[in-house]
Design a protein around this ligand. Structure first.
Ligand code: COA
Ligand code: AMP
Length: 633
């Protein structure tokens, strides 16, 4: 089919309000929008400012009302526990309404925040929907974060309640969540008044009297009393959730997502970008702790009436590199969305795709990749073994959906390896120099998006309008700064080449090297430090820390390096995958004292490098090179 992309994008360009007003018809509003966009409201304007709605109603109840209650909403498949379960839309409505009533019993209401600290189990999704149902604002924290990271988020969100599970399960180990949660609450100034805890058989958590409630008990009691919460009317502009993401310091940014614009945008993408139909099985192999999980495990597929998949496992090792193929066959999955790292992991274990011979993947129409750069080798390998189009698309926690992609539902454009293709309607993407002047095709620059951002993208940071402006809007006036660099080719295809700040991407997980440096500096023997992301054939990037010890430290550097690795794991979490700490005599700096992280990265990556003219002492770069070699980098 010839692509209608150019017409559709052109339609959006000609009249963005008419375009989104039309898209908004896919949503069941309580009060339908009369105004599509108010440029004067909020930090850069607000979408659907006079409309009211409920996201849980649209994601669940309306499908039941339409007679599709028996359709499977969630497929839960957990190779780490052996559990499998299907939850219909009718059951999901029941579960969400009951848990929502239990939350109300704990005093949680519209506008209150609820932290969700849970692994990939359906109750995490039910918890998110229960919050949405009563207008409470959820903030999901990824299970691989340590207590301190959780505490920072608790302090910022000031939740009234926490929904948690007793444990998560990583291959070969049970990760007890409750001690981490207790430690986080202990550390935080803002104590939630209630914890609703799901006891999993793999780990029994101890309960704090007066604060902690057994999830199953509360739900059973609410069910026995016939208690169910109705969907609460909220403004389209009210926050649905806060999702914290790495910023350039150790203090994460609380990305706010609203109710109305979010629903409109996600419903549009399910059809036009992902090309799926209601009732089909759509699988985002990610985690509810990340934006991909929010948008495409939970809200996108459910708003659209598709069947979503909650997979508690890994691409390899649970039990083998055939796990994804088994899932596709068993559930008739039509679209798979994951991070390139997952495919690199499968390719590493099973380069000839022997496991694929055991399964039929004929239901699969498209593989979507995002979260990090999709290297052409991996894309070509996936295309070859699966025989379906492999679609890279580029977006961020902030935007909530693809800025640039290849719209399968509108008719695919030719794929160019290394490019996530073209801007989606809503995004006027430009490449600019430091003075915000557009640069020519094929020239690298900062990638910016002309304001306003489309529905679904962040309206602000949680209670920090000024930080929103300062972080994203002030450097290039009139534009949103993506903090990615890249270029556009002669056909208008975008190429993402890397971040312009200190964010790194480790196995599709976004991490701040600045945040890691704060942890390294807190070690009593460390005088100064630098953390850079170095190339990693599996995870894309891996953090590498350099430390300079304080004068007079007598402890062996190797011991301190081990302590540093443990410190990052304890303070940030295993997800940081911080494994390399290297002691050096001094760090390379410019004459004005700026650490030359870029040059250090080139040396570590074995890329060609030159000595910067501004360097204080060129000999230091050789010392860095020798230290890296000594550590096998
Ligand atoms: N709870 C607790 N710990 C977790 C966790 C969780 N939810 N998720 C990951 N971890 C731990 C891992 O067990 C690992 O611990 P270890 O250092 O003791 O081995 C550490 O965090 C690093 O995890 P990860 O980077 O995921 O590496 P891995 O070696 O366990 O797995 C892949 C590698 C490629 C299989 C895995 O990264 C993967 O599936 N990636 C897909 C990417 C993805 O889903 N991205 C989301 C955005 S789309
Ligand atoms: P996150 O907010 O965790 O989704 O991470 C967003 C960042 O991941 C982006 O700013 C990019 O640096 C990177 N990223 C996401 N998708 C892609 C992609 N398709 N290609 C290249 N980089 C990507």
């Amino acid at each position: 089919m010839a692509s209608t992309y150019r017409d559709v994008y052109g339609r959006w360009q000609a009249d963005p309000q008419a375009f989104w007003g039309e898209a908004a018809k896919a949503i069941d509003w309580i009060r339908a929008p009369k105004t599509v966009f108010d440029a004067k409201a909020g930090v850069y304007g607000r979408w659907f400012p006079d409309a009211t709605c409920n996201t849980c109603f649209n994601a669940v109840d309306r499908h039941v009302k339409a007679g599709r209650g028996a359709q499977t909403a969630i497929i839960y498949d957990s190779p780490v526990t052996g559990a499998k379960r299907r939850i219909s839309y009718a059951e999901l409505q029941d579960e969400a309404a009951t848990l929502a009533a239990a939350l109300q019993d704990q005093g949680v209401g519209k506008g209150d925040r609820v932290i969700v600290y849970m692994p990939m189990i359906p109750e995490a999704i039910i918890g998110m929907l229960a919050c949405a149902r009563i207008g409470a604002i959820h903030s999901v924290v990824f299970g691989g974060f340590a207590a301190k990271e959780l505490a920072t988020r608790i302090d910022d969100a000031k939740p009234k309640a926490v929904l948690a599970a007793s444990c998560g399960i990583e291959p070969g180990r049970v990760v007890a969540y409750k001690p981490l949660l207790d430690a986080a609450i202990e550390l935080s100034a803002s104590k939630p008044s209630a914890v609703i805890l799901l006891q999993r058989p793999q780990a029994q958590a101890s309960m704090t009297a007066g604060r902690d409630h057994d999830w199953a008990d509360l739900v059973a009691k609410a069910k026995a009393a016939g208690r169910k919460a109705e969907c609460v009317e909220v403004a389209a502009t009210d926050p649905l959730y806060i999702l914290y993401t790495s910023g350039t310091t150790g203090v994460p940014k609380g990305v706010v997502r609203d109710n109305g614009g979010h629903m409109v945008a996600l419903a549009w993408t399910m059809k036009n970008l992902y090309g799926v139909q209601p009732g089909e099985v759509y699988w985002a192999a990610s985690d509810v702790g990340w934006v991909v999980g929010h948008s495409y495990i939970v809200y996108g597929p459910l708003l659209y009436g598709a069947t979503t998949v909650c997979y508690e496992g890994k691409p390899v090792g649970t039990p083998d590199a055939g796990a994804f193929w088994r899932m596709i066959e068993e559930y008739g999955i039509v679209a798979l969305f994951t991070a390139p790292t997952a495919f690199r992991a499968i390719k590493k274990e099973d380069p000839n795709a022997e496991f694929l011979k055991k399964y039929s993947t004929k239901s699969l129409r498209t593989l979507f990749l995002a979260g990090e750069r999709a290297d052409p080798d991996t894309v070509a390998w996936a295309e070859r073994i699966l025989g379906v189009p492999v679609i890279d698309h580029w977006w961020q926690t902030e935007t909530g959906w693809a800025i640039v992609g290849n719209p399968v539902g509108l008719g695919m454009l030719p794929v160019k390896h290394g490019s996530p293709t073209v801007p989606m309607p809503g995004y006027d993407v430009q490449i600019v120099d430091e003075a915000a002047r557009p640069v020519a095709a094929n020239k690298m620059g900062s990638i910016v998006v002309k304001l306003p951002l489309p529905p679904g993208a962040l309206p602000t940071l949680w209670q920090q309008d000024a930080r929103m402006t300062e972080s994203y809007l002030s450097e290039f006036p009139g534009y949103y700064k993506t903090a990615d660099a890249g270029y556009v080719d002669d056909d208008g295809y975008l190429y993402i080449m890397g971040r312009t700040d200190d964010i790194i991407n480790v196995a599709g997980h976004r991490l701040s090297t600045g945040g890691m440096e704060e942890v390294l500096s807190s070690h009593p023997d460390v005088a100064e430090c630098a953390v850079i992301g170095i190339k990693d054939s599996l995870k894309g990037e891996a953090p590498c820390g350099f430390i300079v010890l304080k004068a007079g430290v007598t402890k062996a550097p190797i011991e301190i390096e081990k302590e540093i690795v443990k410190l990052v794991r304890d303070k940030i979490g295993p997800v940081a995958a911080f494994k390399i700490a290297i002691t050096v005599g001094r760090l390379p700096k410019t004459r004005s004292g700026k650490i030359l992280r870029g040059t250090m990265k080139k040396i570590a990556d074995h890329d060609p490098w030159t000595t910067p003219a501004t360097i204080d002492d060129p000999a230091i770069l050789e010392e860095i090179e020798a230290a890296l070699k000594q550590h096998g980098v």
